[in-house]
Design a protein around this ligand. Structure first.
Ligand SMILES: [Mn+2]
Length: 384
């Protein structure tokens, strides 16, 4: 979840504004509505209460729907794409005649092994093949409406909008919300929805493809069964999915061991320049950066830099990490912050740098005179 949310923070501010104004144009929220109120946080109990009320209505709507569109978030990960594709299968099995799969981004190369990924339409490229208005629309794994990017416009136009997610920060932005903050991944919420449809008399069968998609969502959000959300229940479900046809070794390698050569080279170049900085007593930070020219030379993409901070945070003797990257626009920079100690809250620091995130992980987008200038600014903030 942290990683997913962080990616939202690291998406360019322009993209956010574009998505938000599109949403506002659709009059769900008036443009003058303060952002703070729109994204007001709810407690887990409030989220579960409202979801409980609305989930039955969602099931009823699915039973009578003829058309539906499922959507995922920008910079897709395995949970958003996997749960979207799983949900589409479930809806088809429930009798929805036409189910379209739509995403802001094209399917990343590394996810080209997902069952049904070839059915995904990219809303950024064209919305021509899509219906003007669907009976139902679903967002999957989107903690906020803006994370849908351009797919948000298609989502918004449906007769009834639905929100299927597990982020605690979800403000329940749809007509019908099914959000379970206790779920390990959004795939698990889809599984609950499938069980409810079965209960309602639909013949929902978890075949090998559906099991594989669920397994991908589980594997993604537990970081390969490593994060603190890896419980006994997670393993019990994983075991069930393997019985149903998911191949654990194949899916693990598909998800984690398929990096392009250029990405490893980009990571290598960044690690090669890594320096340790004693910011103040008790705060040792690892710092590195990526230049536009380095990416160009390796024909690398921005997404190839995503894992650099994860590698850096494996170092034993550091408390924090700062990674800077030149953005596509001249004079614009993207930063990532990680902390291993409670005394350093990355979200507080990032909020002073036109960014945000979590205590342990945050990101920011900023204009600066130079990379060194920006580095000095961040170090200064860290010192105080
Ligand atoms: Mn997720």
């Amino acid at each position: 979840m942290g990683f997913t949310l962080l990616k939202a923070m690291e998406t360019t501010a322009a993209k956010h504004m574009q998505a938000r104004s599109a949403i506002c144009r659709n009059q769900r929220f008036p443009t003058h509505f303060p952002v703070k109120i729109i994204f007001m946080s709810l407690t887990a109990e409030q989220i579960l209460d409202q979801s409980k009320q609305e989930s039955q209505t969602m099931v009823d709507k699915i039973l009578s729907a003829k058309t539906a569109v499922v959507t995922a978030h920008v910079n897709p990960d395995g949970d958003t794409l996997g749960s979207m594709l799983a949900l589409a299968k479930v809806l088809e099995q429930a009798g929805v005649k036409r189910v379209d799969r739509v995403m802001h981004d094209p399917v990343p190369d590394i996810y080209k092994f997902f069952p049904d990924q070839d059915k995904v339409k990219c809303s950024q490229e064209s919305t021509e093949a899509l219906l003007e208005e669907y009976d139902l629309s679903f967002s999957c794994d989107c903690g906020s409406i803006k994370r849908l990017g351009s797919a948000g416009e298609v989502w918004q136009r449906a007769k009834t909008t639905c929100n299927v997610d597990h982020h605690l920060s979800n403000p329940l932005y749809a007509d019908l919300n099914w959000v379970d903050p206790n779920a390990t991944c959004t795939g698990q919420v889809v599984k609950e929805l499938a069980a409810a449809l079965k209960q309602a008399g639909k013949n929902i069968e978890t075949d090998a493809e559906l099991a594989s998609l669920y397994y991908i969502t589980l594997l993604t959000d537990t970081g390969g069964f490593m994060h603190s959300n890896t419980t006994g229940k997670v393993f019990a479900w994983a075991a069930e999915l393997i019985e149903q046809g998911a191949n654990p070794s194949k899916l693990y390698h598909g998800l984690f061991n398929q990096m392009p050569f250029r990405a490893i080279k980009v990571i290598g170049a960044a690690l090669d320049k890594l320096e340790l900085i004693e910011v103040k007593p008790g705060l040792k930070l690892a710092y590195t950066y990526t230049l536009r020219s380095e990416l160009a030379e390796l024909e690398a993409k921005d997404e190839d830099t995503d894992e650099i901070v994860d590698h850096i945070m494996r170092i034993k003797e550091i408390q924090a990490c700062l990674y800077l990257r030149e953005a596509k626009v001249d004079g614009h920079y993207k930063g990532s912050l990680r902390s291993a100690i409670p005394e350093l809250d990355c979200s507080v620091l990032a909020s002073q740098l036109n960014g945000g995130g979590h205590a342990r992980a945050a990101g920011f987008n900023l204009d600066a005179e130079s990379l060194d200038d920006l580095k000095a600014t961040v170090l200064e903030l860290l010192r105080n």
